[in-house]
Each structure stands twice: as structure tokens, then as C-alpha cells.
Design a protein. Structure first.
Length: 197
């Protein structure tokens, strides 16, 4: 079951990478290819900027949670594999989101933006949540990681859906669609892992 999901996630990641690379200048070099790539960067709105600003700290926290889990001994291998995949998927997305903010000449004021939401809908873990994960061990740590990451993913999917609905930048919308697809699949896997414990 997990191998199938892993292959699915890998296929989605490859498709997303191909889509992004084709948008970024896969056509032969020339004035028209260059101007279409420039147009892709130039077309963005406030929703695109907010998506990037808010998704950066969200992804960074998911990577931190994965790192905390991966530093522990006695964790179920399926949970270890999932944490490894989450980290591998989200680190390049953080780099891309930062690059977009630079291209759009937008400030990375993401942390204040996350705190401004304050209603829990973004799925961000509190300091106490993060401390609980750091302190947990063995099976308890694996279960807590799955429970917390499920909530975290649900927040990311909600944020990505807002970008799909309201954004203008096609590359940012493509990333948002990838986030919805991959993280929905990962939530299903986490539900299965939790049910098996």
C-alpha cells in the first residue's frame, strides 16, 4: 500500500516539476520564449503574494516536525518514510516560494502573516504542540506526528485552495494544485497508519 502511495507521490512530483520547468523556459531560446517567461513572472496578484508569504513558514514548520521525528529512535518505518517524503517535497517548494517573492519584489513578512490569522484554520502547531512532539518517544512520537501532520496538511490544503481560486500566477497555482493533490493523498495514508496502531 505504502509503495503504491510513494510511487503516486513521486509521479505527482515529477509532473509538477515538468510543468514548472516548461513554464520557466522549456521552449527554444529566443525573444518570444523569453518574453512569455517574463510574462509568467510578471502576472501575479495579492493572493499569489499572500500564498507564498504564508506557505513558507507553514512548510518550514512541516520540515521542522519531520526533522524532530527523524531524529528519534524506535519509530515505525512507514512513519519514518512518510516524514522523509514530506521533507523532500516541501524543501524545494520553500526555495521556489522565496524565489517568487524576490521576483515579485514582495517582502517575506510571512511569520507576522501567520500569527495574524490566529483562528487555527492554517493548521500551524503551537509552541506547546512542537514541544510535545520533541518530548515524545517511540510509538507515542509516531502517533503524535501523524495526528499533528494531518491537521497541518489540512491547513495547507485550505491555503492552497484559496490560491487556486484567487491567484493569477499560473506557476503558483500549479504548486497549489500539487499541494492539494499530494497532501490529500498523504492525509489518507496517515489515517491508515493511525488506524493500524
Amino acid at each position: 500500500m505504502l509503495k503504491t502511495r510513494t510511487l503516486f507521490s513521486a509521479a505527482v512530483a515529477v509532473a509538477a516539476a515538468l510543468a514548472l520547468s516548461s513554464c520557466a523556459g522549456g521552449s527554444p531560446a529566443g525573444t518570444s520564449a523569453s518574453s512569455s517567461a517574463d510574462a509568467s513572472v510578471a502576472v501575479f496578484n495579492d493572493a499569489d503574494v499572500t500564498f507564498a508569504q504564508m506557505m513558507i513558514p507553514h512548510h518550514e514548520q512541516a520540515v521542522e516536525m519531520s526533522d524532530d521525528l527523524l531524529a528519534k529512535d524506535g519509530i515505525d518505518q512507514d512513519v519514518v518514510d512518510l516524514a522523509t517524503e514530506i521533507k523532500a517535497a516541501q524543501e524545494p517548494e520553500i526555495a521556489q516560494l522565496n524565489a517568487w517573492l524576490t521576483e515579485w519584489d514582495a517582502e517575506d513578512n510571512s511569520m507576522s502573516g501567520m500569527h495574524d490569522m490566529g483562528d487555527g484554520s492554517d493548521g500551524m502547531m503551537s509552541d506547546d504542540d512542537m514541544m510535545a512532539l520533541q518530548d515524545a518517544a517511540g510509538t507515542d512520537a509516531g502517533q503524535l506526528f501523524l495526528e499533528q501532520m494531518t491537521v497541518h496538511h489540512e491547513g495547507a490544503i485550505a491555503m492552497a485552495q484559496i490560491e487556486i481560486d484567487n491567484g493569477e500566477n499560473t506557476d503558483a497555482q500549479a504548486m497549489a494544485e500539487t499541494i492539494v493533490t499530494t497532501q490529500t493523498a498523504e492525509i489518507a495514508v496517515m489515517a491508515e497508519l493511525l488506524a493500524a496502531q
